[in-house]
Design a binder for this molecule. Structure first.
Ligand SMILES: N[C@@H](CCC(=O)N[C@@H](CS)C(=O)NCC(=O)O)C(=O)O
Length: 200
């Protein structure tokens, strides 16, 4: 398989953590593919018409995106059980919550990096951060049982989201008022798949 990859993408990191955790790392070749809406990677739209990483090309040439579908595919391929059974809808909602935090934080980063300074929209950036903060509080209030359960796809998505907040929004200190989540993240970050995928 080929995985279109970028070393700082938190969406790619989710897929890489799943590859590590499920013992499938040697089954993929990584293809560095970085772009933005203003400067998409050459030719990549033939694989993913949205020109976004990650995108996986399977052994039989099928393109699979986005990160959630790739994680689901890899889970099924390894029969890893990352999506649970009785609790699958809560696990998938936790996964969507982590993914949504990444979406909001990425939109904030694009606003700073890509939008010309004179047309930046501060209230809109704060609205994105508000989504992140609300998601963190819901995880803290409603999901710590799943966060502390055997490995699941929700934990991986949240961990990659928290890692991305540390990379791009360290000044906002998401840990303040959330010591349990901070402690969880410290322990989860010590897993080999997380250490091997620190963004760089
Ligand atoms: N929902 C997608 C989002 C992927 C995404 O936005 N990736 C970013 C990199 S972090 C990207 O490739 N952006 C390029 C673009 O938007 O043109 C997923 O989960 O895979």
């Amino acid at each position: 398989m080929k995985l279109h990859h970028s070393p700082t993408s938190p969406y790619v990191r989710k897929v890489m953590v799943v590859l590590h955790e499920t013992g499938q790392l040697d089954d993929v070749e990584l293809v560095t593919t970085s772009g933005t809406p203003l400067d998409p990677a050459d030719g990549f739209a033939a694989v993913n018409p949205l020109s976004k990483v990650p995108a996986l090309v399977t052994e039989d040439g099928q393109a699979i995106y986005d990160s959630r579908i790739i994680c689901r595919y890899l889970d099924a391929r390894a029969n890893a059980g990352l999506y649970g059974s009785d609790d699958t809808w809560r696990i998938q909602t936790l996964e969507a919550t982590g993914e949504g935090m990444i979406d909001a934080a990425l939109l904030m980063a694009y606003e700073w990096r890509l939008r010309p300074e004179e047309i930046r929209f501060e209230a809109w950036v704060e609205g994105q951060w508000n989504k992140v903060a609300q998601a963190l509080d819901v995880i803290k209030r409603d999901y710590m049982d799943l966060m502390n359960a055997p490995l699941n796809a929700g934990q991986i998505a949240v961990a990659c989201a928290l890692g991305y907040l540390d990379l791009r929004n360290a000044d906002r200190n998401w840990r303040a008022g959330r010591p349990g989540l901070a402690e969880w993240f410290e322990a989860f970050s010590a897993r080999e798949p997380m250490l091997a995928t620190v963004p760089g």
